[in-house]
Design a protein around this ligand. Structure first.
Ligand code: F3S
Length: 292
């Protein structure tokens, strides 16, 4: 058996930073510690954090004093103000790449121009960016949603996880309308790098395993990219979900993980993959896991 690990997989910079902040806070602070929504899209990690006294709330009304951690997705200024009004200490784990998109969107809105935000309208990151545009923001998922622009100049920012091609299409479509476009590529490289590494790997293995939360958009996207290569692909949250039959008759396995998947879970999946392979295919041809 050969297990090849994608050369970019697992925690991205922003998620790691948010978890580190949460763990340091849990160690050093007295009183309630809340996160507004799950800190990351990984149930095992959220459960682990809960065990350390970090409570997930869905709205600030549920907070009864103490500290609130702002997730890597960031929030709009209204939420920051509400937290201040409630006397909560704000611990800001907004990813610097998301913070940049918020800042750029705010600066554009201050110039009085419409700000196109390319992204998923229901995603908290997009909601947060929208909040900084003071009513000037327009969320679109792709260029097809554009209507006639009635302003000589517009701004464009993107949700950090958007595909580059989608962003380029939107910018071109706006330019074709003859308006001046101040386009700022706020896409984060971590997502693209993980997707490219997963795609390359999926093409060269018999089976792909994608590890990450079932509610994690970037993990689901990784699984979709791998599936589209025609290679059998399984999306699991933990090692317990692996099935013996996935290993029967196969030798070369690929492994990747979403940006909110901790190394410990990836390692556990790798260990269990080896066990299940031994159970189904015997010990022959067992190689050490390696990176590609
Ligand atoms: Fe930040 Fe990029 Fe991760 S925006 S949270 S480093 S995917």
């Amino acid at each position: 058996m050969e297990i090849l690990l994608a050369n970019k997989a697992g925690f991205c910079y922003g998620v790691k930073r948010a978890i580190d902040l949460a763990l340091t806070t849990a160690r050093e602070k007295e009183g309630n510690i809340y996160t507004l929504g799950p800190l990351i899209h990984n149930p095992q990690v959220v459960q682990d954090l809960a065990g350390q006294g970090i409570k997930e709330i869905t709205g600030l009304a549920e907070a009864a004093g103490g500290s609130v951690i702002i997730r890597s997705h960031g929030v709009g200024p209204d939420i920051i103000q509400q937290a201040r009004d409630k006397g909560l200490e704000i611990l800001d784990a907004t990813c610097p790449f998301v913070a940049r998109a918020q800042r750029v969107a705010r600066e554009m809105a201050e110039q009085g121009i419409p700000v196109y935000i390319l992204g998923d309208p229901g995603h908290p990151e997009v909601q947060g960016i929208l909040g900084w545009t003071m009513g000037k923001g327009i969320v679109v998922e792709n260029a097809d949603e554009l209507s006639r622009v009635d302003h000589p100049k517009v701004g464009v920012v993107a949700q950090t996880t958007q595909p580059l091609a989608n962003y380029q299409r939107l910018v071109e479509a706006l330019q074709k309308q003859g308006v001046e476009v101040d386009a700022r590529n706020t896409i984060c490289h971590a997502t693209g790098e993980r997707q490219r590494a997963a795609l390359e790997l999926a093409k060269e293995v018999d089976v792909m395993m994608v590890v990450g939360g079932k509610n994690s958009a970037n993990t689901k996207k990784l699984a979709k990219i791998c599936q589209e290569t025609g290679t059998p692909t399984y999306h699991v949250e933990s090692a317990q979900e692996l099935r013996e039959e996935w290993f029967r008759g196969h030798k070369k396995f690929g492994l990747t993980a979403g940006a909110s998947t901790p190394d410990a879970i990836i390692e556990e999946v790798k260990r269990r993959m080896k066990e299940l392979d031994q159970m189904t295919n015997g010990e022959e041809g067992m190689n050490e896991a390696m990176e590609v």
